[in-house]
Design a protein around this ligand. Structure first.
Ligand code: ADP
Length: 498
């Protein structure tokens, strides 16, 4: 039996130890119905633990706990809340290795290239927001000399947080940290595929936070997520997931007239001009496409527009780089690329690859090699594929695949590349690769996306506003502005002094 207070780097043992629990009012406990569903290691197909099959009654309990804790939490000086979050961050720093291993086990994301990195971002996000307590400021307004008019920031109340499985700890941290520092209390609904590492994070945070301030329940979307959004005690919902579910969430929030933040899909373009530093652009395509995460990222560079004069060279260098990446056991330090999350997702990705192959104009460049290890024969591995020759209007170039599949499309002029990049339902992230300052600046103005980079392709960072336009979502995350705009109400106060 593991002692939950001590970091445990055996992810199998830790998964078993925290299986079957929600965390409500500071207590680990099962769902009221007593039912659970299995949590499966996608690298082996074996069950590693189980998670509560929570329903509306468990959501009621969690929201009641959050409502009960909210007034005292909001009454605490904002800097004190921030200090508690910073304390949590320090505590989490001791658990980075175990959290990295646990999330690698349940999601199949490679430990060295992905999962350990994600675990350290969690601590970073809490530290960042922990320092922002004193930024919850209002303004004085020179409305009338006889009236003192000012605004103040107030918490919304209870925030419902719904997260996906692809970077569950990081995406949760970027939502709960600003919500909590702003004086809200929180109920998180974890993703069915990855409920364990986020539960562990919340359990660690609950050692510092008052009971009921941060609660987490696990369950299926319609049974547990939907009642959380619909709950009359929840005053704000922040959601990351698919466009379809985002619409359902927004519809319910619309009925209740509560604010909602949505971080949805993407089909992020990368434009590589003929004057670009080719090695750098190729490296940027590898990291931007998140091949190490099997492409399971909303910002994956899944449309790469390359100037015709360098197209073939770019493709051959990109293929060589991805070929050199090792697919294997996510927990093995030598592994670069882990697995797809679930069988359903695997079949979806394979379906897209088949569609691409059936296109007579297209060519599929398959990269890397499936792992030879017998123990991984049931693992959800897919060889990365670079498609060339696809039209910009093809399904593969338009739809979010959420797998290790990218399309390289040749262009002749900058205007043509820009038009193709913007011809999308999505607008999350975009990059341009050029040495020409004028082109770079022009592209930053004209690319329709919420997160635009020149000559690099890094992921969301605490401190920088992150979010999409068009079907990619509503609102911004990760920054000071995200905390102020999305987790507080602004109250106007007027004192008549006559
Ligand atoms: P994905 O296809 O990436 O799993 P989803 O949008 O289905 O994306 O899931 C993201 C999160 O939304 C998960 O935690 C899931 O359980 C939750 N979810 C799914 N359906 C609903 C729903 N109807 N209401 C609220 N949350 C939901």
């Amino acid at each position: 039996m593991t002692d939950l207070m001590t970091p445990d780097t055996d992810p199998h043992r830790l998964a078993r130890a925290i299986s079957g629990c929600n965390l409500v009012a500071g207590e680990l406990k099962p769902a009221r119905c007593g039912r659970t569903f299995p949590v499966v290691n996608p690298a082996t197909g074996r069950e590693i633990g189980h998670a509560p099959h929570s329903d509306a009654s468990d959501v009621d309990d969690a929201v009641a706990a959050a409502m009960g804790a909210q007034a005292a939490w909001a009454a605490m000086p904002a800097r004190k809340r921030g200090t508690l979050l910073a304390d949590c961050s320090r505590l989490l720093a001791d658990h980075v290795e175990e959290l990295g291993r646990l999330v690698a086990l349940e999601t199949g994301k490679a430990l060295r290239t992905e999962s350990r990195v994600e675990a350290s971002v969690v601590a970073d996000a809490l530290q960042f927001y922990g320092g922002l307590g004193s930024e919850l400021k209002g303004e004085t307004v020179p409305f009338h000399p006889d009236m003192l008019s000012f605004t103040q920031r107030e918490p919304i109340g209870v925030v419902g947080v719904i997260i996906p499985w692809n970077a569950p700890m990081m995406l949760m941290a970027l939502k709960i940290a600003p919500a909590l520092v702003a004086g809200n209390t929180v109920v998180v609904k974890s993703a069915e595929e990855a409920p364990l590492a986020v539960l562990r994070v919340c359990e660690i945070l609950n050692r510092k936070l008052p009971p009921g301030v941060l609660n987490i329940v696990s369950g299926y979307g319609p049974d547990c997520g939907a009642p959380l959004v619909a709950h009359p005690g929840v005053g704000k919902v922040t959601f990351t997931g698919s466009v379809e579910t985002g619409r359902i969430v927004a519809r319910t929030a619309g009925q209740k007239l509560i604010p909602v933040t949505l971080e949805l899909g993407g089909k992020s373009p990368m434009i590589v001009m003929d004057d670009a530093d080719l090695d750098r652009a190729v490296a940027g395509a590898v990291s931007g496409m998140r091949f190490t995460r099997q492409g399971q990222s909303c910002t994956a560079a899944s449309r790469i527009y390359v100037h015709r004069s360098i197209h073939d060279e770019f493709v051959s260098r990109l293929k060589a780089r991805v070929d050199a990446m090792k697919m294997g056991d996510p927990l093995d330090e030598a592994t670069d690329i882990g697995t797809i999350i679930s069988r359903g997702q695997l079949e979806r990705v394979l379906g897209y690859i088949e569609t691409g192959r059936a296109d007579p104009e297209a060519r599929a460049h398959e990269c890397s090699q499936l792992p030879a290890d017998e123990a991984l024969r049931d693992g959800l591995f897919v060889r990365p594929v670079i498609f060339t020759g696809l039209a910009n209007g093809s399904r593969l170039a338009r739809e979010e695949i959420f797998g290790p599949v990218t399309c390289v499309i040749a262009f002749s002029t900058y205007e043509e590349a820009l038009a193709m990049a913007n011809d999308s339902d999505y607008g999350l992230a975009a990059t341009i690769w050029t040495r020409e300052l004028k082109t770079a600046l022009d592209a930053t103005r004209r690319l329709n996306a919420g997160f635009v980079q020149v000559n690099q392709n890094i992921v969301v960072q605490p401190g920088l506003s992150y979010g999409g336009v068009k079907q990619s979502g509503l609102g911004r995350e990760a920054s000071l502005e995200a905390m102020l705009d999305h987790f507080t109400h602004k109250k106007t106060v007027i004192l008549n002094m006559t």
